[in-house]
Design a protein around this ligand. Structure first.
Ligand code: 13P
Length: 255
């Protein structure tokens, strides 16, 4: 572990799950976010948009950050069904995930769209969690590093720094499948991300940008994954819906 390692972030991406009754889960997370854990790791929960305001209200004083899962690039306008970064900020969010592979796949978002959304996040004062990751076919074809490099270069805005940007490496084939890359594979991709960050945000800022790993992170594999060089936290899907599991993943940082 290098000395200037940034404060880790464990973020939960609830995807399209959660009703107002799920506030109970957030309360359980608050209750388990002990001073000892707070000292070691930052927690964020990204619920569906309908719950961002509710959760932000409940999270006041708990220091659990709240984030959105996507935003539109524009501040306002005739975009039925969309949400701006300003609206998320107004509702109390401090983070927003952009470029998740499910957005890239189901909504055909390209790197240029993801970059515009990250710019919108910065404009609204949010920290963007920019997601990248290869498909199974790309990995099997030996293209992982090239794919991730291209996504980073296309998706990360020029005015990024360690305050407004978090990168999440999520191999598409590891999401929701129970499969994870080997520790060596995670280390290889995260080293590439760090290297690219040196080009994109400069040598001084690059070491401070958090690079999260995501894809089937569970209490049973969190310690091993979080110990990998250049892994500064996790972006957790399914396991973040259960407070005890989410807290146990964050607990990997208690050592
Ligand atoms: P799972 O943790 O359910 O694999 O999801 C990962 C993810 O997509 C987080 O953004």
């Amino acid at each position: 572990m290098s000395v200037d390692r940034p404060r880790p972030l464990v973020a939960g991406n609830w995807k399209m799950n959660g009703l107002r009754s799920s506030t109970r889960v957030l309360e359980e997370i608050h209750a388990g976010y002990t001073p000892g854990l707070k000292a070691k790791v930052e927690l964020a929960v990204c619920p569906p948009a309908t719950l961002v305001g509710v959760f932000a209200h409940h999270a006041v004083g708990s220091r659990v950050a709240i984030g959105g899962q996507d935003c539109h690039a524009k501040e306002s306008g005739a975009f039925t069904g969309d949400l701006s970064a300003e609206m998320l900020a107004d509702a109390g969010a401090t983070y927003v995930i952009v470029g998740h592979s499910e957005r890239r796949q189901y909504h055909r978002e390209k790197d240029v769209d993801v970059c515009a959304k990250a710019v919108a996040a910065y404009r609204a004062g949010l920290t963007a969690i920019v997601c990248v990751g290869e498909t199974r076919e790309e990995r099997e074809a030996g293209k992982t590093l090239a794919v991730v490099r291209k996504q980073l270069r296309g998706s990360i805005p020029v005015d990024s720094n360690s305050h407004n940007l978090v990168v999440a490496y999520e191999p598409v084939w590891a999401i929701g499948t129970g499969l994870t890359p080997t520790v060596a594979d995670v280390a290889e991709v995260h080293a590439l991300v760090r290297d690219e960050l040196r080009r994109l945000v400069g040598k001084a800022e690059a070491p401070r940008v958090r690079i999260l790993y995501g894809g089937s992170v569970k209490p049973s594999n969190a310690a091993e994954l979080m110990a990998v060089d250049n892994v500064d936290g996790a972006l957790v899907g399914g396991a973040s819906l259960v407070a005890a599991d989410f807290l146990a993943i964050a607990g990997a940082y208690l050592g």
